[in-house]
Structures are given as C-alpha cells and as structure tokens.
Design a protein. Sequence first.
Length: 205
Amino acid sequence: MKDRDTIKQRIVDSIQVKQNLLGNESLIDVISVVIDEVVTCIRNGGKLVVCGNGGSASDALHFAGEMVGRFIKERKAWPVLVLNADVATLTAIANDYGYDDVFARQIEGHLKPEDLFIGISTSGNSENVYRAVLKAKEIGAKTVCLLGKDGGKIGKLADLPIIIPCNVTARVQECHICIIHILCEISEVKLVDLKAHEKSCISRP
C-alpha cells in the first residue's frame, strides 16, 4: 500500500470508530452523566484525579492542561491532580512497592470522597489503573474510566465506564481525546454559565 493510500485509510478508520461512537446512544448517555459528575465535583469543592500509562498518561496530562488552564472560556482554574505527572513519587512507589501500585498508593494519599477519579486504559486491563479504581471505591469517590476493546476488568469495576469498542489502540486513543475535549467544553460552559447566573441572582435588589 502506498503512503497516500495508508494516510487516507487511517483517516477513514478513525472516522469509522467515531461514527460508531456517534451511533451508540447508551454511550452518549454515559458521557453526559460524566459531564454532570465533573460539574458537581468542581462545584462542591472537589478535584479531579486522573491517571493512565503511555499515551493514556499523555491524555491525562492533556485533560489537566485544559481544566487547570482553560479550554475556551475565561474563568478560574479548576483543580486536577495527574498521578503520572510526579516522576519522583511514581518511581519511588514503583521501586518500593512495584509498578502495579503506583496509582493506588497516591490515591490513598490524595483522594477524598468528594473528588472524582478518572482512569484511562485502552485495554481496560491495566493493573495499576485497576488497583487505583479499587482504592478509589474503597475511599468512597466516584470512578470514571475511559477504556477500549470490551472494557476489560476495569469496565466491570468502574462506576461510569466509557468504552470504545475497538481493538486498535491508536483509534481508541483518538476517541478518548475527542471525549476529553467534549468533557472540557461542556463542563466549562455549565460551570461558567452557572457562576454568571449565581452572581446575577446575588446582585439583584
């Protein structure tokens, strides 16, 4: 296959996976519920705690950048903790306890019941993300997971699994970043518009 043909085919492949997502009403409903959970968490003074491995670690960082910085609207920063960002803590835990516990150990130290945990795993079977979900549920926090394939063992455990039913990691990641942008956009609109509405109500005589 020539380069141009490969380029076109990969674009078609990506569009097809997104078309499948578009036609999955139950999955759209889950994404809508996750948006409400993000909004509720931030409104109530909680924080988002996010993690993933490899490309999913990059997606976690991307998500935090949009939420702590901004997506589109000018507004205050919102709290997001990315568990794969702190290299010193990550490697210390991996060295002392093993890589499977690098996220769960941090969850134990940082997560509160009012927070929202968001794990990302294209396979749905990343052991360290799985253990993080277990620890988050033990603490009493709501758990959201962006997953691929059939959702794996994490899909059976998370409160709100968003599963992209595709076996190609790259295509799953492309859908994950699309969903992350949607979460950021609509959450931002809801939170900023709500704040403006509340200020308007307070200022009325």
